[in-house]
Design a protein around this ligand. Structure first.
Ligand SMILES: [Zn+2]
Length: 175
């Protein structure tokens, strides 16, 4: 059975070799936004003759054909997802690397208005948010009492020479 990506490849006139078919299947099955290494690992598990160079070449070809879209979520590695996935944006959890997809009609309107104000019709845009998850107070691990640093901070404040700007570090800064 043809995978979704394979069907798109055929529709766009790509010759499908056995290896390309395997890579297309892996891409079709990928739930997240895999990078080349991950695609290679999955593809090589299905066909050990597939090299990472082949995966690179195939992914680039599919990108040229508009079947795949390249994403950059930081970390220096390009990630890929099928274009057919539709217009959406990403929020990247900077601590776990988890990627959350979202859409927002209000934001689309605003972006369109900005483009119009600059004299343009919006063709496309990307939005990548990088964030740290807010942990509700009741779920936060209770910090163990740390009498020593507090005393130190207080002692520093009490010193007449201490600069008033040297405020003790907020406990929220400790992640
Ligand atoms: Zn996505």
């Amino acid at each position: 059975m043809q995978s979704r990506i394979e069907r798109l490849c055929v529709e766009r006139g790509l010759k499908m070799t056995g290896q390309r078919r395997v890579i297309a299947r892996v891409l079709s099955d990928a739930a997240d936004h895999p990078d080349v290494e991950e695609l290679y690992r999955l593809a090589a598990a299905l066909d050990s003759r597939i090299s990472i160079a082949t995966v690179y070449r195939t992914v680039r070809l599919l990108e040229e054909k508009g079947i795949l879209e390249r994403r950059d979520f930081g970390g220096g590695r390009a990630r890929y997802e099928p274009t057919e996935h539709g217009q959406h944006h990403h929020l990247i959890d900077v601590e776990t690397g988890r990627v959350i997809e979202f859409g927002d009609a209000e934001h689309e309107q605003l972006i369109r208005a900005i483009a119009a104000r600059l004299g343009f019709d919006l063709v496309s845009h990307r939005l990548e948010l990088f964030g740290r998850r807010v942990v509700p107070a009741e779920a936060r691990p209770r910090p163990a009492p740390e009498p020593r640093p507090r005393t130190a901070a207080r002692a520093r404040q009490a010193e007449p020479d201490a600069a008033p700007a040297a405020a003790p570090a907020a406990p929220a800064a400790a992640s």
